[in-house]
Structures are given as structure tokens and as C-alpha cells.
Design a protein around this ligand. Structure first.
Ligand code: 3EB
Length: 333
């Protein structure tokens, strides 16, 4: 592995970069997630996950690679595979939805497996979870699929004795893919991180029932020290104030509101210093044509050195046109 000072971290890479990066980090890769078109990749402890979401900005694929300075070992338990460097545990679950299954049932099953996996390896604290599944805004048995997903997630938190409050709830994102299974990947740790909420927003787990029979379960951000490095994971963030979507139909105003929400979260990140740390973003756009405008606003906020990946995806509320997630790393603190 090339020593560039990063103890633990994340890279967003293009198809032309990912092969060499994985070779350089041989034995140190925790997780590889590919978006867009599939390509052949060097072998890693865990097979790459593929998410069928088109990459915007003239790229056919984009890769999210998590790695560690410490050696990484594969972790297998029941049907699940993951990888750990001893400090964090990455894992994933991909479940096919067969005829007669509901997404609610699948979500509950996925979380039962996740809790079983992290408890088995002694990493009981979920820090960050990513959810992708197709037809997120479509109806299933009279309920929007995202809302059905929330019912299943909620049920498995309760069934596993996890509290629905800051101590047990991870940062997360939930986005629509174009095809494939319910794919969830996650990062867990032995010690809890510190949950961060946004004073401009009602905690998602306290959303009123107008957004579905069970509330979503995520915190707005998670602050953690991992491998001697300060990390701040920002959940999927959108144009929501209180619990309501603002600026329906206006992407430009939604991005501005989203960036204000992110700024508000970063004020609570004790070590945030844009001049010193590294920020990486995934930006989800419902409409391709919004790319130049949104990219302009994101670059104005974070500068052109900030690595941002733009993805064409449906967002979990049908009136949201843009959502942004982030990860900040400070190697010095
Ligand atoms: C929101 O603020 C937007 O269901 O896990 C953002 C991040 C959103 C995570 C989830 C949903 C989730 O409600 C949607």
C-alpha cells in the first residue's frame, strides 16, 4: 500500500483509476461499491457490490473504495460476507424480491441478518448504512415502497432490542436504483460513534405518520474517531426543514436548502476544517438536466478539490429532487 498518510478512508474513483488503486491497496481494502456499468476488477477480500444507478458527468462507472492502513481480513457468517481491519467491520446484504414477497419483509430480514452479523463479530455499533433498491417511489400493496421499507426496518430494530434513539441509530442514506435486489452495505464499530442531529430538522425517527406508518431510522450525521483519524459521516441530506419538504419543483432552491442543512451539521463537527481535512460527496439527482446547476452550487460551497460523484437516482420522497451525502476525514486530529 502506498503511504499517503491516510490511516483509514474512502476514495471515489473512476474506471481508469480503480484497478491501480486496488492493486496498491492489496490486502487493505474493506469494501468496493461500483455504480453504473460493471467492469472487471482485481480481487479483494470481498467481492465488489454493484448498484445499478447511472453516473452523471460523462462517466460510465464510479467506484467507492473503503480501505485501511491495517491489514484487512474477510469475515463470513451465515449467508453474509464482510471485511474488517480490527477497528471497523464492513458488510453487505443483497436480497432478491421474489413474487409474493414485500419489500417490508425483505427490509426486516436484511436488518435481522445485519444485526446477527455485527453482533457475532463484536461490532455492535452501526455507524453508517447505505440502502439501495428499485422502484423506491412506486406503490406496493397500497404503500409506497420506501414506506414499506421503513416498516420492515423499524420492526427489526424493535425485534433486536435496539433502541430507536441516538445511541443505537446509524447515519444512513436510502436511494432508488434502476434494477437489482435490495442492497444494503454498512460500517460498524466496537465502540459507539457520536450521533449528530440537525436543529433545523426533526429527527427522522420522530417524523409524523403522514410520511408512513413507521418512521425512518437514521441520524443526520455520525462523528467517530477511527484508526486515530477523525471522521464525520453525513447522512443523505435534502431540502427538508422540520419534517416537511421545502421548495417543491425547484431544484435550485432545494440544493441551497440542502447545503444549508449540511453546513448546519458541519458546525457540530468538532474538528471540521476544510483547509486541512478531506470531504467527499455523493450527489443524487432525480433529473439529469439539473447536473450543471447543482455541480456549480456544490463546487461553490466545497471547492473544486472536493471529490463529488453525481448519480442519477430517485430519492425516497417523491418531491425531493436532490440529495447529498458526505464523508469528512481529518488525518491530523
Ligand atoms: C430525509 O431527510 C431524506 O431512510 O435511511 C435521508 C437519509 C433520507 C436516510 C433513510 C432517508 C434515509 O428524510 C431521506
Amino acid at each position: 500500500m502506498q503511504g499517503n498518510g491516510n490511516q483509514f478512508g474512502l476514495a471515489y474513483l473512476d474506471a481508469s483509476e480503480v484497478g491501480a488503486y486496488l492493486e496498491d491497496h492489496n490486502g487493505h481494502v474493506l469494501s468496493v461499491i461500483g455504480f453504473g456499468r460493471e467492469i472487471a476488477l482485481p480481487e479483494t477480500a470481498c467481492a465488489p457490490l454493484w448498484i445499478d444507478i447511472p453516473v452523471l458527468g460523462g462517466k460510465e462507472s464510479s467506484f467507492e473504495v473503503w480501505s485501511s492502513d491495517a491489514p484487512v481480513a474477510a469475515c463470513e457468517y451465515r449467508d453474509m460476507r464482510g471485511a474488517s481491519d480490527g477497528k471497523v467491520l464492513f458488510g453487505s446484504v443483497a436480497l432478491e424480491q421474489h413474487a409474493g414477497d414485500t419489500l417490508e419483509k425483505l427490509a426486516a430480514q436484511a436488518y435481522m441478518q445485519i444485526f446477527g452479523f455485527i453482533d457475532h463479530f463484536g461490532f455492535r455499533n452501526l455507524l453508517r448504512v447505505w440502502h439501495y433498491f428499485p422502484q423506491i417511489n412506486e406503490d406496493e400493496n397500497g404503500l409506497e415502497r420506501y414506506r414499506g421499507f421503513n416498516v420492515g426496518r423499524h420492526a427489526s430494530f424493535v425485534a433486536n432490542g435496539r433502541s430507536i434513539g441516538e445511541e443505537d441509530v446509524p447515519a444512513a442514506s436510502a436511494l432508488g436504483s434502476n434494477s437489482g435486489s435490495l442492497v444494503i452495505y454498512f460500517m460498524a464499530s466496537r465502540l459507539p460513534g457520536k450521533a449528530v442531529e440537525n436543529p433545523r430538522q426533526v429527527s427522522a425517527y420522530h417524523y409524523p405518520q403522514m410520511f408512513g406508518p413507521s418512521s425512518p431510522i437514521f441520524v443526520r450525521a455520525m462523528s467517530a474517531s477511527l484508526g486515530g483519524q477523525y471522521c464525520f459521516f453525513i447522512s443523505g441530506t435534502a431540502s427538508i426543514v422540520g419534517y416537511e419538504t421545502l421548495h417543491q419543483g425547484n431544484t435550485e432552491k432545494q440544493v441551497a436548502e440542502t447545503l444549508l442543512n449540511i453546513r448546519t451539521l458541519l458546525q457540530q463537527a468538532p474538528h471540521y476544517d476544510p483547509a486541512r481535512g478531506r470531504m467527499l460527496l455523493k450527489v443524487y439527482l432525480r433529473h439529469i438536466e439539473d447536473l450543471p446547476m447543482v455541480r456549480g452550487k456544490v463546487q461553490a460551497e466545497f471547492g473544486t478539490a472536493c471529490r463529488a460523484v453525481y448519480l442519477h437516482s430517485n430519492i425516497c420522497r417523491s418531491d425531493l429532487l436532490v440529495e447529498i451525502e458526505g464523508a469528512y476525514f481529518d488525518d491530523a486530529s
